[in-house]
Design a protein around this ligand. Structure first.
Ligand SMILES: NC(=O)c1ccc[n+]([C@@H]2O[C@H](COP(=O)([O-])OP(=O)(O)OC[C@H]3O[C@@H](n4cnc5c(N)ncnc54)[C@H](O)[C@@H]3O)[C@@H](O)[C@H]2O)c1
Length: 462
């Protein structure tokens, strides 16, 4: 798909620039023209900054497509693991990583000098929030400064890290210009959001349409050509800002809809109605309804964080983002709601939460991954400990985690470990867990994921 409207170019290369000056000195560098040919022939070298959930799979897609790829990460341990052929991502098998290394087209480095010679730089570093819920773009700026130091005429830079609309043009571009090189004359710049869904395998990501927006039409052309080599479908957008905003819309949409069903779950519980049955019933409508499901709270690097990138930007413009704030509030309350329910269930069984043994099943924020980032299990565990519960946990993917100074270790899921607990709390629906065993042997269960029957005597839905 090609947009009708050209992107808001920063400087035109064929006439007059944005300040009205004749662009006599702005002859496009020949190497920029060559980049397109080097992409098509796979001679272009790809440098990926940040080898996490987003960057490492991208290295593999690009390598498989025939490019030589250098992955750069400031975390020397991760680089050493990759050099040994060890994958730290559940979606990337060691056989796939091994093939990329054996082909000689993929290498991982922790010294930025290793990026010298790259033609395409793709930035995939974290974009978290500060403790005050303000975007923390320090990793993004640091990675861009690294690129700026390594930039040569004829290169392209692509940002994949999620960020606020305008960031690529207003923040990233000036840092790159510190190299003395000029956009569209010496280098190109685009934004392309990642749509990784951890736990769903690499193939799903590769076949998910890839959005691309350039800061200029030439940037869009080259970035789109690159992604067409690696992904099944590329969707060209009229600007980097549209691509940045589209990524935020996707995550705001999820956050708001999850908040809606979380609120409904609380209401259904107090009315004795199964929220799961209600959602399944509504989902039989073949149009106008998309099912979302309640849970113990939001987790992961995207949905709890990205919407606040938009709120922050909107505040700068004097605009309110009430849906985002409200969804944030409702979703953030869920871990405390889970703990209140456990307290109530124990009370109904004539027990106090203080001193009770509570077993948590699932520490990761979603099924079948080991990712603990923003996991609601951490908050639930912390609140239970504060209330004096003695907690244990089981997670087939997470061997241990920390709450303050305390380290908790996953215990085996057995008839005894289950029946020893006064209450079991199901937080993550891992497919490797024997839910039948849980249902049969737990004395009291609160199920936040609808994986066991809810009989209203010993097992309850959130
Ligand atoms: N994980 C997801 O499901 C997902 C999905 C879509 C978009 N995103 C976005 O993609 C970006 C990356 O997320 P992720 O999940 O891959 O993060 P991650 O934490 O898994 O990996 C990021 C990597 O970047 C490295 N890093 C940090 N600063 C660096 C620097 N200056 N130079 C080089 N490397 C650096 C870290 O050491 C880490 O290995 C974020 O903006 C995130 O919002 C993530």
């Amino acid at each position: 798909m090609r947009p009708e409207t050209p992107s808001r170019g920063i400087r035109q290369t064929d006439g007059v620039n944005g300040d009205g000056e004749v662009a006599a000195a702005m002859t496009v560098n020949d190497s920029i023209l060559n980049l397109r040919r080097r992409i098509d022939s796979r001679e272009a070298v790809v440098g990926v900054l940040g080898l996490g959930y987003v960057g490492l799979p991208l290295c593999i897609y690009a390598e498989r497509s025939g490019f030589t790829v250098v992955g750069f990460d400031v975390d020397g341990d991760r680089v050493a693991q990759l050099e040994r052929g060890e994958s730290y991502l559940s979606d990337l098998g060691e056989a796939e990583l091994g093939t990329a290394l054996e082909n000689g087209r993929f290498s991982a480095v922790s010294d930025e000098k290793g990026l010298d010679g790259a033609d395409i730089f793709v930035i995939c570093v974290p974009t978290p929030l500060t403790p005050n819920q303000v975007p923390d773009v320090s990793f993004l700026h640091a990675a861009t400064e690294t690129v700026s130091r390594r930039l040569r005429p004829g290169c392209m830079v692509i940002v994949e890290s999620t960020t606020y609309p305008g960031c690529t043009r207003d923040d990233i571009l000036p840092i790159l210009e510190q190299s003395g090189l000029r956009p569209d004359v010496d280098f190109l710049l685009a934004f392309s959001p990642e749509r990784v869904n951890p736990g769903n395998g690499m193939e799903q990501t590769r076949s998910t349409p890839k959005l691309v927006g350039g800061v200029t039409p030439a940037s869009l052309d080259a970035a789109s050509a690159f992604y067409r080599c690696c992904f099944t479908e590329v969707v060209e957008l009229s600007s980097a800002e549209v691509a940045e905003m589209a990524k935020l819309l996707e995550n705001v949409y999820r956050s708001v809809n999850i908040a809606l069903v979380n609120e409904l779950a609380v209401i259904c519980n107090s009315m004795g109605i199964s929220v799961w049955e209600v959602i399944d019933a509504a989902a039989t409508k073949p149009f106008g309804f998309t099912p979302f499901y309640p849970g113990p709270g939001l987790g992961g690097h995207c949905i709890p964080i990205d919407p606040f990138y938009l709120s922050w930007k909107a505040r700068e413009l004097g605009l309110a983002t009430e849906f985002i704030e409200l969804a944030g509030k409702v979703n953030t309350r869920m871990p405390a709601y889970v703990v209140d329910r456990v307290t109530q269930m124990l009370n109904d069984a004539s027990r106090s939460i203080r001193g009770s043994a509570v077993m948590i099943i699932g520490a990761a924020y979603k099924a079948d991954v080991a990712d603990l980032r923003e996991s609601p299990a951490l908050k639930v565990a912390q609140l239970l400990i504060e209330k004096g519960a003695r907690i244990t946990y089981h997670d087939p993917h997470v061997g241990s985690f920390m709450i303050g100074e305390a380290v908790l270790y996953s215990i085996p899921l057995t008839k005894d470990s289950l029946s020893d607990a006064d209450c079991v709390v199901i937080l993550t629906p891992h497919s490797a867990v024997d839910w039948e065993l849980v249902y049969r042997n737990a004395r009291l269960v609160l199920d936040a994921r609808n994986v066991i029957p809810h009989d209203g005597r010993k097992s309850f839905s959130i």
